[in-house]
Structures are given as structure tokens and as C-alpha cells.
Design a protein around this ligand. Structure first.
Ligand SMILES: C[S@@+](CC[C@H](N)C(=O)[O-])C[C@H]1O[C@@H](n2cnc3c(N)ncnc32)[C@H](O)[C@@H]1O
Length: 292
């Protein structure tokens, strides 16, 4: 039975003193066990203990009898986890390529596949000086990670969402990384000149597939970051490739939906007069496109 009150689940004696950490752990798992699998619970519990109690994973196991500092905060967090809100939004942060980024519900939570995209760009682009634009930058994860690894590159990020841009700008400031962010609707304008590389993880999910998404994604992450307009999964890939051709960009790196790559490649081949390479992600799914 779920109860937002930590003490409601314990014996009378527990009501007389503060709740211990061992009791808290038992309560946390009992509250959320129907919703999350064991691995997820474990990792969420560690995250909460670090944020709320200030305990590292190693410290946690020495604290069984220690009293919990802030029961109210634990209750509030469990209530939010119960609504499937991603833990990154609850604590307002996410980690990406070793950087700690601020996130809120106006930006997509950066994914491990996007770390693979950045790693691929860093491996393949050897020039010391390059100008790079990330289209649909969200939290700014891609350009900030590129800039932190290649200080000499000129790196920019753009997005249609003013709220996302304000998160990206805050992240650049906090990390002291010189990345410029601009508001751009890539289907309408392109304010840049002399760009070598475009990187993009654009919205690519057709709205008709919305019921295949997990509740935590569908109900909490921004739909403008998820769904491609007009139920057309190729919409942004086509627009961005057209921009790249018009602007004389040398190479484009895309993260994609990992389905129907054949159709996507043949559509883009009508626009891009060069090589189009498909690369797989760590799960052996066709995921990335390199236009060169
Ligand atoms: C899938 S998210 C990617 C966010 C971030 N790059 C990442 O990988 O975590 C796509 C982003 O594209 C932005 N976007 C949507 N429509 C756009 C448009 N017409 N022009 C520019 N950006 C757009 C959304 O606001 C969102 O931030």
C-alpha cells in the first residue's frame, strides 16, 4: 500500500524517534516497487540519498542506523517518482560526457546514444580548428561537450525554444564554456556563415507512435523535442540536409530513431550529393548518419 508519509509504514516505536536509514530504505522500495524494476530503484535510491542526505554510494552502506535528516523531502520525491517524473527533473540535473548539466522540463534529458554521437564526432573530426553548429540543442549537451573537449573549435547551438536556450545558456555559464546559443527555427532561417559541421539530434518520433513511449517520457519531456511535425519522421532530417547543402557545410552528423534507415537514407540521397554512411549504436541498432 502506498503512503506519502514515511512514518505511516512503521511500528509504533519508530514514531517515537526519527526514522533510521534502514527503515527509510525499506519504505522507499515498498512505495515504488510496483512502478520500477530493481535496478532502477537501486539507482534512484542512491541518487536520492546523495542529493537529500549527502551520502555517496559507499557511505550509504555504513548508515543503516543513522537517522534520516529530511523525511519531508524524501516523501515529496517519492510522490513525484510515483507520477513517473524523471529523477533528473526532480533534482534538476543530468550528467552528459562527464559534465553536470542543469535540466528542467523545457529540455530533453540527454541520452547515452547522444554521448555516442558526440564521441563519434570527436573521433572522426581531427582538425584543430572547426566551426560547428548543433541544431535543436536542448540543454546544450552536444555543443558544450564538444567545446569542453576541443577548446579551439568555434561551437554554437540553436533551438526554436526560448526556454531551452535559457537552460543551455545557464549551463555554458556554469561550465565556463564559450558556446554561443541562438534562437533559430531551422525550417525557416539559417543565420550562420562558413560552418564546417552540423550535428543534430532532431525531433524524429511520429506523433502516431506516441503510445509506444514510456509514461515518464510522454508525460514529462517536452513534446516539441520528441515529435516530428506532420507525422513525418524525416521532416527535420530533410530540412537540415537542405540547409547543409545551401550553406556549403562539409559534413553532417545525425542521431536518428533507429528505424527504417533505408527510407531515410534514400530520401536524403536525393538532397545530399555525397556519401551517406549509417553507423550503429552500442545496442547494435542503426542509429547514426554521417553525411560527408
Ligand atoms: C530531440 S531534442 C534534442 C535536444 C539535445 N540536442 C539532446 O540531444 O539532448 C530536439 C530539439 O529540437 C528543438 N526543435 C524543435 N523544432 C525545432 C525547429 N524548428 N528549429 C530548431 N530546433 C527545433 C527542440 O526544442 C529540442 O530541443
Amino acid at each position: 500500500m502506498r503512503s506519502g508519509n514515511i512514518r505511516a509504514g512503521f511500528s509504533k516505536s519508530a514514531h517515537l524517534c526519527r526514522v533510521t536509514h534502514a527503515q527509510l530504505r525499506q519504505w522507499f522500495y515498498a512505495q515504488l516497487t510496483e512502478k520500477y524494476d530493481q535496478g532502477e530503484l537501486e539507482s534512484m535510491y542512491h541518487w536520492c540519498a546523495e542529493e537529500i542526505e549527502g551520502w555517496s554510494r559507499a557511505q550509504l552502506y555504513l548508515q543503516h542506523e543513522t537517522q534520516v535528516k529530511d523525511e519531508k523531502q524524501w516523501s515529496e520525491v517519492v510522490d513525484r517518482l510515483h507520477t513517473s517524473e524523471p529523477i533528473q527533473y526532480i533534482f534538476g540535473k543530468a550528467s552528459f560526457m562527464g559534465l553536470e548539466l542543469e535540466v528542467d522540463s523545457s529540455v530533453l534529458i540527454p541520452r547515452p546514444e547522444t554521448e555516442e554521437l558526440v564521441t563519434m564526432v570527436l573521433e572522426l573530426e581531427k582538425e584543430k580548428e572547426l566551426s560547428v553548429v548543433d541544431i535543436g540543442t536542448g540543454s546544450g549537451c552536444i555543443p558544450l561537450a564538444l567545446k569542453s573537449a576541443r577548446n579551439k573549435w568555434m561551437v554554437m547551438g540553436c533551438d526554436i525554444s526560448v526556454d531551452a536556450l535559457s537552460v543551455a545558456e545557464k549551463n555554458a555559464l556554469t561550465l565556463a564554456l564559450n558556446v554561443e546559443f541562438n534562437q533559430v527555427d531551422v525550417t525557416q532561417d539559417w543565420p550562420y556563415e562558413g560552418i564546417d559541421i552540423i550535428v543534430s539530434n532532431p525531433p524524429y518520433i511520429p506523433e502516431e507512435l506516441s503510445d509506444t513511449l514510456d509514461k515518464n517520457v510522454l508525460e514529462h519531456e517536452p513534446h516539441i523535442a520528441l515529435f516530428s511535425p506532420k507525422n513525418d519522421p524525416i521532416y527535420f532530417f530533410r530540412h537540415i540536409t537542405e540547409v547543409a547543402v545551401r550553406a556549403g557545410v562539409k559534413r553532417v552528423y545525425f542521431e536518428t530513431h533507429a528505424t527504417d534507415m533505408g527510407d531515410l537514407v534514400s530520401q536524403l540521397a536525393k538532397i545530399w550529393n555525397g556519401n551517406i554512411q549509417v553507423r550503429q549504436d552500442m545496442g547494435a541498432k542503426d542509429r547514426f548518419l554521417i553525411l560527408s
